[in-house]
Design a protein. Structure first.
Length: 271
């Protein structure tokens, strides 16, 4: 069923999304133990792929998104976005984590046809208060977005609340990338902007499923794409952070499909 070209899902569909989201969350839970100085982002990629394989799931990013003549399909199974990388960082054996790095790991699995999509920030070793404030604020922006994702609200309400909170903390919100509808397909309508105006945009209805994934920068919001056609970095080389959940709108609120099973949704040591 479609509403304004946006798929509306039923209870059985929610069950499929719940199972896929749970697997994505379990993979991210496991990462907390291995992300340390000295590990390469390719090793993280292989670790995540191994868990997906063992659960009869497929990593959705692999070979996704080719644009003939412009960019190759995504060459790895997850995205690893470190420090000034905003999103879509490509794992590499040469990319070795060092103490003080911050890194987003974005995992999307396909389980029995359904996509589970989630990302978290991780600290590598010890980080300073500036980085901790960025990570905490970004996670709080995600939670604020989710709290406003209820029937009767609009997509503009979600974006407005996120942008306002980040601005009050002296951070900026990336505008070139956004959340998205998801289900049997990786990306569907609606586009979920992390900025906007109250009361504007599509009104939320039960059955809608989408991601909320704010990308928050220390400096300016503008980004550029590197020559690989995928990696997006802050134009001013400032730090960036992102957290992501997949949610479904219910009659009375929403369900988060990608919650951690061991309270590691914010796997950062408090400073």
């Amino acid at each position: 069923m479609l509403e304004n070209n946006i798929p509306l899902y039923n209870k059985e569909d929610f069950k499929g999304m719940r199972n896929a989201g749970s697997l994505a969350a379990r993979i991210l839970d496991e990462l907390k133990e291995i992300i340390k100085p000295g590990i390469s982002t390719l090793e993280i990629n292989d670790f995540c792929k191994g868990i997906a394989d063992n659960n009869n799931a497929i990593c959705a990013p692999f070979n996704y998104g080719e644009i003939p003549g412009e960019r190759v399909p995504f060459p790895k199974h997850i995205c690893t976005s470190k420090n000034e990388i905003v999103c879509h960082g490509i794992p590499s054996e040469k990319d070795i984590l060092v103490n003080g790095d911050i890194i987003n790991i974005d995992v999307t699995v396909i389980l029995k046809g359904w996509h589970g999509d989630s990302s978290r920030m991780f600290q590598v070793g010890e980080i300073d208060k500036k980085k901790y404030k960025l990570l905490k604020t970004t996670y709080e922006c995600l939670l604020i977005g989710i709290r406003n994702a209820i029937p009767g609200k609009t997509l503009g309400d979600i974006g407005y609340k996120i942008q306002n909170y980040a601005k009050n903390k002296n951070f900026s919100v990336v505008k070139e990338f956004c959340g998205h509808g998801i289900g049997k397909k990786f990306h569907t309508p609606p586009s979920v902007l992390h900025y906007g105006n109250k009361g504007q945009g599509v009104k939320l209805k039960p059955g809608m499923i989408f991601t909320i994934e704010p990308m928050i920068n220390v400096g300016d919001w503008k980004t550029i794409i590197l020559s690989d056609g995928w990696t997006a970095v802050t134009k001013d080389k400032s730090l960036s952070a992102q957290f992501e959940h997949t949610i479904g709108i219910t009659e009375n609120g929403n369900e988060i499909f990608t919650l951690s099973e061991n309270n590691s949704d914010f796997p950062i040591k408090e400073i």
